[in-house]
Design a protein around this ligand. Structure first.
Ligand SMILES: Nc1ncnc2c1ncn2[C@@H]1O[C@H](COP(=O)(O)OP(=O)(O)OP(=O)(O)O)[C@@H](O)[C@H]1O
Ligand SMILES: [Mg+2]
Length: 243
């Protein structure tokens, strides 16, 4: 198993945000965590990426295993340097005053000496997101919201990580762009064997593109299964798929 989350309890001071969450992600899978506002999706990803306070919660109990080893004491930059995982956080974290190309290049800091791989991945980003290629010399703050979201995913890809976690990549995207985004993730999974953990409020699209999923509700996993099973689950249908 690539990633195993075991009975994870995390808190922000006195507030416990996850009350014993367990799930796993195997190499090459696309797994989704779906849930409503405040369910604990972002808290889960921030914990996995080992980010610290103040934005991330502290782990009170449980464990996070990566290839069987606990990463609870691993620093976030080590996860990037060892290309173990990369998080595309909620919102768009890009350098607005830099060009699109410069943003992509900056993300390769842990890949010194891998010029061939870097140039191959730039081509891959531009083939997944042609709009970025058309705008590669443009200051990235002038990109549309959807294009900035593509750039954020492109930056994650440029780190060279083989496991990418995304926090609501569909947020703020018009339906067509949202499907483009998920199709790009699917291509990354198929062509690069990229392992993907995607958190979504939009359960419909997430269940369409992932292979397995977990439903998070107020800090607990309340359902899990293949996406087909979840889409057919009456409780999931009623609460997350509009009946
Ligand atoms: N920095 C913080 N300090 C205190 N409580 C927080 C903090 N961040 C989140 N929480 C609380 O933790 C719980 C889980 O929040 P989280 O952001 O993980 O939910 P989410 O599923 O990502 O929701 P959304 O879909 O709105 O992004 C919520 O009750 C929230 O109020
Ligand atoms: Mg969130």
């Amino acid at each position: 198993m690539l990633l195993e989350v075991k009975n994870l309890k995390v808190n922000y001071g006195n507030i416990e945000a996850l009350h014993g969450v367990s799930f796993c992600v195997d190499k090459g899978e696309i797994v989704t965590l779906i849930g409503a506002n405040g369910a604990g999706k972002t808290s889960t990803l921030l914990s996995l990426a080992r980010l610290g306070k103040p934005e991330a919660p502290s782990v009170a109990e449980g464990d996070i295993l990566y290839e069987g080893k606990s990463i609870l004491s691993t620093e976030p930059h080590t996860l990037i340097q060892k290309k173990m995982m990369v998080l595309v956080p909620e919102g768009r974290h890009i350098f607005g005053n830099l060009s699109v190309k410069e943003n992509l290049e900056m993300a390769t800091y842990a890949r010194k000496g891998d010029e061939a791989g870097i140039s191959e991945d730039i081509d891959l980003v531009f083939s997944l997101f042609p709009r970025l290629e058309e705008r590669k010399k443009q200051r990235s703050e002038l990109l549309s919201g959807g294009e900035q979201q593509m750039l954020a995913v492109g930056r994650a890809l440029m780190t060279g990580a083989s496991f990418i976690m995304l926090d609501e990549p569909s947020m703020g995207l018009a339906p067509l762009l949202m499907y483009d985004m998920f199709r790009a993730l699917k291509r990354l999974n198929q062509q690069r064997n990229m392992t993907i953990l995607v958190v979504e409020q939009n359960a419909k699209v997430a269940l369409e593109f992932a292979s397995r999923g977990y439903v998070l509700d107020t800090g607990e996993v309340i359902a899990e299964g293949t996406c087909a099973e979840l889409a057919a689950n009456p409780r999931v249908k009623k609460a997350y798929l509009g009946g």
